[in-house]
Design a protein around this ligand. Structure first.
Ligand SMILES: *[C@@H]1O[C@H](CO)[C@@H](O)[C@H](O)[C@H]1NC(C)=O
Ligand SMILES: *[C@@H]1O[C@H](CO)[C@@H](O)[C@H](O)[C@H]1NC(C)=O
Ligand SMILES: *[C@@H]1O[C@H](CO)[C@@H](O)[C@H](O)[C@H]1NC(C)=O
Length: 369
């Protein structure tokens, strides 16, 4: 099967932090399981001793994480849907939300936090209390700080899509994008609201947008869907509103870290047919701490679930952790040349729910041109 009309590359030099909802959490277990499998496979091949030791450490860490995530998922399943009578008792200590966070909260505080957790799937109560400009650890491989990039790079439009996202989480996505993208490279931010019912996302969001646009006219554009279209058509709506030569399509529960944009835009400037996904770390759903993920390629399994994969041998051979990693697929968030994305037919707007976009660009037959 011919599946590479385009090159898809993971840029390991940049760190973008993805938030986790309970759905992403379930998905993630798949990724982790596969990562363990690939680490074991790698372990059986001839490999330098030091590497093997590291692999073992990684594997243990991942198994621990997997155990934890399984608990989290079980808890989510048990917790939802919330029964009204439960709210009267003292069930709060059972929630996974309070395993590593919130011990000191008053019963009322816990009640509020739990309610928001059940609605959003992450700790929105805490998010509301964290600054929009909170500092983030710089988790890039050390060589990244020394790389240099062309002086002239294409501008980017960043698209955030959301439905009933917590306002503070969305604002932190926007704020971190504005603070940590060089301003001459960030043309605009496009917010696609896929028919949210949450009141917070109306007036309060508009107030924020007006404030930013007061300083930089037209900088944030808001697209609101008058009926729910789903994740795929939301991404495409955002792309339609974008005007920069490069478009970055993101979920709205991310935080951008320093130096994320330059390597991505350099790769696209070198070859406009590259579609780039950045390297992700995790924002823990309960305490919002940052958890470092190992560098990985992005792929999929026979059920077409997206998976983080051990990078290919060719990448390990380079012994250069700042080198991009070729990937057969990409998880939903990616950066693409605006025109080129149209030339290859965008994403399939017939897709109703999330998931297919992870593999679509990787398995599509080349279009006749
Ligand atoms: C980065 O550059 C500095 C100074 O040029 C050098 O001392 C350091 O070893 C370099 N670090 C890496 C990881 O290449
Ligand atoms: C959401 O969609 C429904 C119809 O599907 C529509 O009646 C409603 O006005 C929409 N809400 C918003 C905020 O656009
Ligand atoms: C490592 O990879 C980066 C990114 O492709 C490249 O700029 C750099 O020259 C490479 N370093 C070495 C020592 O090959």
């Amino acid at each position: 099967m011919v599946c590479t009309r385009k090159t898809k590359t993971l840029v390991s030099t940049c760190v973008i932090l993805s938030g986790m909802t309970n759905i992403i959490c379930l998905l993630y277990v798949g990724w982790v399981t596969n990562y363990i499998a690939s680490v074991y496979v790698r372990g059986q091949e001839p490999a330098p001793d030091k590497k093997l030791e590291e692999d073992k450490g990684d594997t243990l860490k991942i198994i621990e994480r997997l155990d934890h995530l399984e608990n989290v998922i079980k808890q989510h399943i048990q917790e939802a849907p919330a029964k009204p009578e439960e709210a009267e008792a003292e069930p709060f200590t059972d929630s996974s939300l309070f395993a590593h966070w919130g011990q000191e909260l008053s019963p009322e505080g816990r009640r509020m936090a739990l309610k928001q957790f059940q609605y959003y799937g992450y700790n929105a109560y805490l998010s509301d209390r964290l600054p929009l400009d909170r500092p983030l650890p710089d988790l890039r491989p050390s060589g990244c700080r020394n790389l240099s990039f062309p002086a002239s790079l294409p501008e980017v439009s960043i698209v955030f899509i959301f439905v009933n996202e917590a306002l503070s989480v969305l604002l932190r996505s926007i704020h971190s994008a504005m603070e940590r993208t060089p301003s001459h490279l960030l043309k605009e931010i496009i917010l696609v609201d896929d028919n949210s019912s949450n009141e917070e996302l109306k007036e309060k969001l508009t107030e924020y947008v007006d404030k930013v646009n007061g300083q930089k006219p037209g900088f944030i554009k808001v697209v609101r869907h008058s009926k729910q279209e789903g994740l795929i058509r939301s991404r495409v709506s955002g792309w339609r509103a974008a005007t920069a030569p490069v478009v970055a399509l993101f979920d709205a529960h991310v935080e951008f870290n320093v130096g994320w944009a330059e390597p991505v835009l350099t790769r696209i400037k070198e070859n406009r047919k590259r579609i780039i996904s950045p390297s992700f770390d995790n924002i823990k759903y309960d305490n919002f701490e940052i958890e470092e993920y190992p560098l990985a390629a992005q792929g999929f399994d026979w059920e077409l679930w997206c998976r983080y994969l051990n990078p290919p041998k060719a990448w390990w051979k380079l012994e250069n952790s700042t080198a991009p990693i070729r990937s057969p697929a990409l998880i939903g968030c990616f950066i693409v040349d605006r025109q080129y994305f149209q030339e290859i037919g965008l994403l399939d707007e017939g897709m109703e729910v999330y998931g297919g976009e992870n593999v679509e660009l990787g398995i599509r037959w080349p279009l006749k041109s």
